[in-house]
Design a protein around this ligand. Sequence first.
Ligand code: AMP
Length: 219
Amino acid sequence: MKNIIFIAPPAAGKGTQSAILEKKYNLPHISTGDILREEAKKDSELGRYISEVLSSGGLVKDEVTYELLKNRLSQDDCKNGYILDGFPRNIEQAYKYDEILNSLNQELGYVIQLDISEEILEKRITGRRICEDCGSVYNINSDNEKPKQESICDKCNGKLYQRNDDNITSFKNRYNLYIEKTKPLLDYYAKKGILYVINGNDSVEEVSKRIDAVLKKGM
Ligand code: AMP
């Protein structure tokens, strides 16, 4: 299986779709946001720096992100492909990612853009809740995606939490950053002939089917 990168604004469903693909194709799901959130829990200078940046909605310094990502991609479970979510986020990171791939003898694979309206994203951001134990994602603003019991995970009974940066102010920051810095990457990958644009405005199942159709064609 080839590698898959998702490029999409915050709360477009990258995490949810990655988790589906992870199971279906047995590929590791690598989210730079998750890696950084883990690091931010540590009581160290680096942990405190990352934690501050995460709550502001800004971007963590490139050298920190590169190091953490390269370490993760060098692990054995990535040899037969992986799903990358949250990286690259700007053109410098895209060039750096090309270098990392070269050094690991890997290819870019598929770049999948989830195309989605800002209005839907705002609703998802404010309603998103995540299980602190198993990472399952819910949305209290959607009848199909809310948990059966308030604040409790349907799958493992874990407690649900809201991410620090899932508020409107931080969303606007992250969304503007996406438009300004990340969206231009789409051109970079379109020119390489590996960009697939998926309409992400519909249900999780519908979007998942569209992604599957793309992957099946390229397999
Ligand atoms: P995400 O989970 O992808 O929404 O990322 C959450 C936060 O982690 C972002 O708002 C950034 O602060 C940080 N982050 C994630 N990926 C990157 C990256 N590639 N470069 C810099 N910061 C990142």
